[in-house]
Structures are given as structure tokens and as C-alpha cells.
Design a protein around this ligand. Structure first.
Ligand SMILES: Cc1cc2nc3c(=O)[nH]c(=O)nc-3n(C[C@H](O)[C@H](O)[C@H](O)COP(=O)(O)O)c2cc1C
Length: 374
């Protein structure tokens, strides 16, 4: 595709190709594709995907224009990398099982990871019942010189750790496990075993990874605290784009309670967090302090229904450090490869810039609950 490529053309190309998986709706909110797995839809009635969109739509912003925040700075850093924007590419994978036509597994992984890197941020790659999915993720990770996060399914422990080591060998900045895929339809369809993970298994994964581990698919304060105490460097508040369990709340509704459990009511480190240690004595106190530190330092990412820079701002105001975008970037990948993904991410960055300016936020540290109306 030539230099004339724009987002409209990219989306038109994608709509021509993706007919069996996704309708490329103007509003990507889970309504038209409810229940369509395989495909891009939400599981069951589609209510979890729809709830993601609704939880964002109901939040309103305070328009502020009398201030000196005329040149907002949206740079951030995560897992030791400086990023141009607080927006990452989510893992969207499984071209065969999800009936995505017009793109190979490797092309998809390269576009999601390479396009995110072109935009100055990080893209994730997936894992699936078909071995070619993780192979594509590893190849794209190595090609991107490790500026990528492979997301591994919660397979039986030995297989999971083997994949963690492969991600590490490919140079990945961090590795994630989509723990909410413990009973994923697409894995069951291909006869692949996945399971819920215990805190002890998470600790073992953290030890094996020897680098940042992210748990994706955290929807309650309880799971968030277990993740932090087991040594995870980050969580993704996510319901897998509504694909794991029907009738979960929207992620924007789940996020504030999780942030409170990790950072405390005040939102300030140190003043809040009850330590995880039980009993009294110095050891218990030290364990409690370590748990408190883990909770205040863990990165909180979120995804589900983020479709604009305004949605990004809302998620950050609700307490996230950064967001992931799934379907719209996969659509851009199908319609325009890495360049399409870059264009879509840069469009969100432009919108976030405007949204920060019009809510009086000079930097991401200024994006707090204050920007939300009511
Ligand atoms: C077709 C499809 C495939 C996906 N594959 C994966 C995957 O391999 N690993 C993973 O962690 N999440 C996967 N997801 C979930 C996304 O990473 C992400 O959590 C979700 O799509 C975010 O919501 P959004 O699409 O509304 O932005 C997939 C989602 C879709 C729609």
C-alpha cells in the first residue's frame, strides 16, 4: 500500500476481507456480533463485550479551558521502556479459528507488534490452540527486537513455563499470561488444556520468567491483590473483550475497585495499603510491607471497548496506567498491515492530546478522577 493510505481506506480494505469474522461496524460495541465466537464477538449473549462499551460511554468529562495545559505530554514508561503514548496493542490472534480471511497468522502478529512499535509503543502477540499462533508471536517478537509482549494461555504448568522461556529467549520486554482464558471456547474447540492458576503457580512463573510478568484478565480486587502478592509486575483489567465469561461487568466499572485495593482510597502510595502478612512480629511486618510495596508498584493496564482518545482518558482517570486496544487494531492490521496499525494508534494519540488539553491535563499525572464529571 502506498503513501496515500489513510484510515478510511484501511477500514474499507478490512471490511472487504473480514466478512466471516467481523462486520467492521462504525461503532464497535459488541451488538452486531453478539455470540459470534469463532469470530470477533463476545461470548454467549455478548453482554460482557457490550458492558465494556457501555461502562465507558456513561462516563462524562469536565471540559476545562482556562488553564496553562496547552501542550499536553502523553509520554510514559512501562517495564523499563519509554513509550510515546499510554496505549498498547492487545493480543488478537487465531486467524484460522476466528475465520479471519486475507491475512496469515504471521502477518497479523507482525502488523500488531511491528505497527505498535512504529507508533512508539508496545504490541502484544497471542497464543492459541493452533501451534502456529505462538510461533508467529515469537517470530514477530524477535523481529521487533523484543519490543513486544507475548501473551501465553494458562496451559498446564510445564507447557506454560516452556513458552515463557521461549518468550524470554526472543528478548521480550515482558511476558503475559491471559489467566482469564482458563476455559476459553476457542481452546476447547481445538482440544487444548488450560486451567485456573494458583498463587503458588504464579510465583513459579514469575521465578522462571526472570523479568516482568503480567496477568491479563483480572476483574476483581481479590485477584488483583493475589497477582501483586505473587510478584506480578502488571495486571490487565480485562474480560478478554467479553469473550471469556458472559455477564461480567464492563472493565471501566471493575477498574476503580481494583485500583483502590492496590493503591488505597487516597490513591497515594504508602498511606493506605494494609499489608498481606498475617499475625504480628517483625517477619510478618516485613512480609506485609513487601506486599504493600508490590501492590503500590504493580502496573495497572486495562482493555475492553477503548475506541478513542477520549476513552483512553476515561480509563486513565479511573486509575489505569495505560490501556490496550484489541479489535480496532486487528481491523487496521487486516486492512493496512503494520502501517494501518500505526495510523490507528496515532489517531488515538491525536485524540488523547485534544482530550487532555480540553480537560486541563498537562501530563498523564494530571489525569485523575478530577476530569470525570459527577
Ligand atoms: C479475535 C480475537 C482474538 C483474541 N486473541 C487473544 C489472544 O490470543 N490472547 C489474548 O490474551 N487475548 C486475545 N484477545 C483479547 C484481546 O487481547 C483483548 O483483551 C480484547 O480484544 C480487548 O477488547 P477490545 O477488542 O474491545 O479492545 C482476542 C480478542 C479477539 C477479538
Amino acid at each position: 500500500m502506498g503513501p496515500m493510505m489513510d484510515l478510511q481506506t484501511v477500514r474499507k480494505n478490512a471490511a472487504d476481507r473480514l466478512t466471516r469474522a467481523c462486520r467492521v461496524c462504525r461503532q464497535c460495541n459488541g451488538v452486531a456480533c453478539a455470540g459470534q465466537i469463532p469470530g470477533f464477538g463476545g461470548v454467549g449473549t455478548g453482554s460482557s463485550f457490550i458492558a465494556n462499551a457501555e461502562a465507558l460511554a456513561k462516563r462524562k468529562l469536565n471540559l476545562r479551558v482556562l488553564h496553562d495545559a496547552g501542550r499536553p505530554d502523553m509520554r510514559t514508561s512501562l517495564f523499563g521502556l519509554d513509550l510515546s503514548m499510554p496505549i498498547l496493542g492487545a493480543a488478537v490472534a487465531g486467524v484460522r479459528v476466528n475465520r479471519m480471511d486475507g491475512i496469515t497468522e504471521l502477518e497479523l502478529a507482525e502488523a500488531m507488534i511491528g505497527g505498535s512499535r512504529l507508533a512508539g509503543t508496545i504490541g502484544m502477540g497471542g497464543d492459541g490452540g493452533d501451534p502456529e499462533v505462538f510461533e508467529a508471536t515469537i517470530a514477530a517478537t524477535a523481529e521487533a527486537e523484543g519490543i513486544a509482549i507475548p501473551v501465553i494461555k494458562p496451559r498446564e504448568q510445564d507447557a506454560l513455563i516452556e513458552s515463557v522461556l521461549r518468550a524470554r529467549d526472543a528478548g521480550a520486554v515482558a511476558v503475559a499470561v491471559d489467566v482469564d482464558a482458563a476455559a476459553l471456547v476457542n481452546m476447547a474447540l481445538l482440544g487444548q488444556r488450560v486451567e485456573p492458576k494458583t498463587a503458588e503457580q504464579i510465583r513459579e512463573i514469575v521465578r522462571a520468567a526472570d523479568g516482568p510478568v503480567i496477568l491479563k484478565g483480572i476483574m476483581t480486587p481479590e485477584d488483583a491483590v493475589i497477582a501483586a502478592e505473587a510478584g506480578a509486575a502488571g495486571i490487565v483489567v480485562s474480560n478478554h473483550g467479553g469473550r471469556a465469561l458472559d455477564h461480567t461487568p464492563g472493565t471501566a466499572d471493575a477498574l476503580p475497585g481494583i485500583v483502590r485495593a492496590l493503591r488505597g482510597e487516597s490513591g497515594e502510595n504508602g498511606t493506605c495499603c494494609r499489608g498481606g502478612g498475617q499475625g504480628s512480629g517483625q517477619l510478618a511486618q516485613a512480609a506485609g510491607q513487601a506486599a504493600g510495596r508490590a501492590k503500590s508498584q504493580i502496573a495497572v493496564l486495562v482493555d475492553g471497548g477503548v475506541r478513542s482518545g477520549v476513552d483512553v482518558l476515561k480509563m486513565l482517570a479511573l486509575g489505569a496506567d495505560a490501556v490496550l486496544v484489541g479489535r480496532p487494531l486487528a481491523i487496521a492490521a487486516v486492512g493496512g498491515g503494520a502501517e494501518g496499525v500505526r495510523l490507528q494508534l496515532e489517531e488515538y494519540a491525536k485524540q488523547l492530546h485534544v482530550a487532555m488539553m480540553l480537560t486541563g491535563c498537562a501530563s498523564l499525572a494530571d489525569v485523575t478522577g478530577k476530569v470525570l464529571f459527577g
